[in-house]
Design a binder for this molecule. Sequence first.
Ligand code: COA
Length: 396
Amino acid sequence: MVDAVVQKGLEDVVALESRICFIDGKGGRLIYHGYDIRDLAQHSTFEEVAYLLWYGRLPTQAQLEELGQRLVSLRSLPEEMGRLVDAIPPSSPPMDVLRTAVSALAVYEPSETKPGPSSIGGAQRLTAVLPTILGRFHRRRTGLPPLEPKPALSHAAYVYYSITGREPSALDSRALDVAFILHADHELNASTFAARVTASTLSDLYSAVTSAIGTLKGPLHGGANERVMELLAEIGTPDRADEVVRSKLAAHERIMGFGHRVYKVEDPRATILREWSRRVGEAHGDLHYYELLRQVEGVVHREKGLYPNVDLYSGSVYALLGIPSDLFTPLFAASRVAGWTAHVLEEYQDLRLIRPTASYVGPVDLVYVPIAERGGPETDRAAPPPSKPVRVGSAD
Ligand code: COA
């Protein structure tokens, strides 16, 4: 019975200090270690951003090349792990597969190459290996054999290759790379917080990333871009956008890809991805998604004054690249893993067990009744139902 204001969802609670990521919600800016996301999306690569997140500074050319080679060298799965992924039922949600595989990897890593439980080596290993797990599972469920490694590919191109078996065009590869840069970190979003909570008990990096994947999986966090594509399928043609969106709003439904807990203006990641959705659409000769999304944006802004977030345009880019929609959230994990692991390493540097308190609202001083004497309305009370229905939305 703590006599304090309860901040449900820890909204506006400042839980820790971090040097990794800053979100300026009013100014619409996102900063990784001091660098504006717009500059990073224009000039850098996912590997460069991962280096920045892990080491706190941009790499030199030599350091970047070394990291690239290291990530390539860490892509393979131990044989037992390959067999384990192959044994997972093909109908399983890919996020369940990722979570299970990362957890299992901790016990199957060969001891001679096993990274320390809290090392940057572990962060690199997990970042390198997630696409391999994803690709192996996806190919198996579609009846295809595992792929031979292609060492020359960047992380983003490797993700595409591991899923499709083809190398992406230069533009598609860059589109994925930019999407990965934009998704690499986002301060104390729910999955990163989950990773830090796990790390704060001095548990290992693999456990922290397993917690994070389980948290990202929820539709309130990682799943909105997939649902945007469902909305587009329902709308069908641009002339129906107004009618469909307005009827959803009238029914108090949320429109996925809009609104944000922290941004009060347009999410800067949405601005960049809008442009990439158009570019990729033009390159593929298919602007259908882009045009639909522009219509939806117009209606939602006019009716609710809401701005797009990162999830509005990302699915359209992935779909044009031929990536199945149930892999959109796993793709998010394959880039956010850089941020998760950077936060876990920061947590180890400034460790304090994360353990908030609850305001107890249950009874005290109940008299213990021996089991043989229980029964009847007093001792058979069901737990009260939740006061509010659970909302379905998503928040990164
Ligand atoms: N569609 C329709 N209405 C929305 C909305 C959306 N996407 N997002 C917020 N709103 C409305 C709410 O209904 C509420 O209106 P009300 O005051 O009339 O009830 C108001 O805006 C504030 O919503 P609230 O849930 O308090 O805002 P929040 O900051 O907690 O929510 C999100 C943030 C992300 C959970 C929310 O915007 C959302 O569900 N968006 C859709 C899912 C999504 O795209 N997620 C990706 C996030 S990166």
